[in-house]
Design a protein around this ligand. Structure first.
Ligand code: FES
Length: 149
């Protein structure tokens, strides 16, 4: 048994082409897969293919008073006397980050000036869709909220 293994190792050493052939064959396959990916990825992006993401929980560590708001990296949380809600900060036109104008009470896109209401409704601009709304849960025994995006 041990002798067989030693003989196989010696054969490999005597025939270095075998390893090179394997290596080139393996890299050939890899190049083929890369070429396929290069062809199909733009095609999938063109038809707006997206792999659904798992919902992510983001904690907001402060309570928001009625009429107040909290700006996170990916969302804005608003509160009134009755409820708390969150809308996405990603513009539905081309994906720029929205800014909240406190005096006008609107979300404004700095890129092409789409405007959205606090509820996420599209009011003006080149964006055609409303902003996605996220579920907000009050955290138990602690101040703050859990936003599920
Ligand atoms: S990316 Fe927001 S309006 Fe174009």
């Amino acid at each position: 048994m041990l002798r067989n293994i030693k003989q196989k190792k010696q054969k490999k050493r005597k025939n270095p082409d075998l390893n090179r052939r394997r290596l080139l064959g393996g890299s050939g396959k890899s190049l083929w897969y890369l070429a396929l990916l290069g062809i199909f990825y733009p095609l999938l992006r063109f038809v707006n293919f997206a792999i659904p993401k798992k919902p992510r929980k983001v904690r907001v560590e402060t309570d928001i008073p009625p009429g107040g708001f909290y700006i996170g990296a990916d969302f804005v949380v608003f509160a009134n006397a009755k409820k708390v809600w969150a809308v996405s900060r990603t513009c539905t036109h081309l994906g720029c980050k929205l800014a909240y104008n406190e005096t006008k009470r609107e979300l404004i896109c700095p890129c092409h000036h789409s405007i959205f209401s606090k509820a996420g409704k599209r009011l003006a601009g080149p964006a055609k869709l409303d902003l996605p709304r996220y579920k907000v849960n009050k955290t138990a025994n602690k101040p703050g909220y859990m936003v599920i995006i």
